[in-house]
Design a protein around this ligand. Structure first.
Ligand code: 6GU
Length: 225
């Protein structure tokens, strides 16, 4: 999979994909992330990419021309399955969306800044608008990093047995159960006996029960789904 990300702050996306599982995905040739600096696509003086909103009001709006230049130039080389605009008024991202996006080949993400982007870009180029939750970030970059991480780890071949996505919270609308590792007793705090029993049927039952308890306690809304 290839994920291209258009931004006015490329520095914000320098490191998130160079560590841990996404780095491994890249090393294995399964995920390529390219960060594109929007300022390289503007023909306005001083690399301007934003301007005052028509009709007045606070804040700046990202201009249509640099964005269209960047998108169309990238489209010369790639066919995108989705062009995603990261925006707080988009559809709220969830695990199901991550699952389906992880099966695509090429994604283009556009990070909004200031008061957003000229509506004409949204109407004529963007195919999906996605938010990562009900709070406001200063730009779409961290949201793009969140999507890339959630999607990238699901690409077939990225995770191995130990890191399998099957037992993740949310994968079956249940939160994950508690986990423990060595030592068995620390300051008198003991690991639940069942986990030391070697009985895998009992362990699976215990984990499922704990998942249900946690979900009922913390996210009862998930059980209604
Ligand atoms: Cl995608 N962008 C911004 N600026 N704020 C957000 C968001 C996105 N998702 C939640 N808050």
């Amino acid at each position: 999979m290839k994920i291209d990300i258009i931004t006015v702050v490329p520095g914000l996306l320098e490191s998130p994909f160079s560590h841990s599982i996404l780095k491994r995905a890249n090393d294995k040739g399964l995920l390529e992330v390219n960060v594109i600096n929007l300022r390289e696509y503007t023909s306005y003086a001083r690399a301007q990419v934003d301007d005052y909103p028509f009709g007045g009001g606070a804040g700046m709006v990202m201009m249509v021309e640099p964005l269209v230049n960047a998108i169309e130039s990238l489209q010369q080389k790639n066919t995108y399955d989705e062009i995603i605009f990261l925006t707080p008024d988009g559809e709220t991202f969830n695990q199901q969306m991550a699952n389906s996006l992880s099966l695509k080949n090429n994604l283009l993400m556009i990070c909004g800044h200031y008061k957003g982007i000229d509506q004409r870009v949204r109407e004529h180029f963007v195919t999906r608008e996605i938010s990562i939750g009900d709070y406001v970030l200063s730009g779409g970059e961290l949201a793009a990093a969140v999507l890339t991480d959630a999607i990238g780890r699901l690409i077939p071949g990225v995770l191995n047995d130990e890191t399998s996505a099957l037992s993740d919270s949310f994968q079956d609308n249940l939160l994950a159960p508690p986990v423990y590792t060595r030592p068995e007793i620390y300051r008198g705090w003991k690991v639940p006996d069942v986990l030391m029993s070697g009985n895998h049927k009992l362990i699976d039952e215990w984990r499922h029960e704990q998942s249900l308890v946690r979900t009922k306690d913390r996210r009862p809304d998930l059980l209604d789904k």
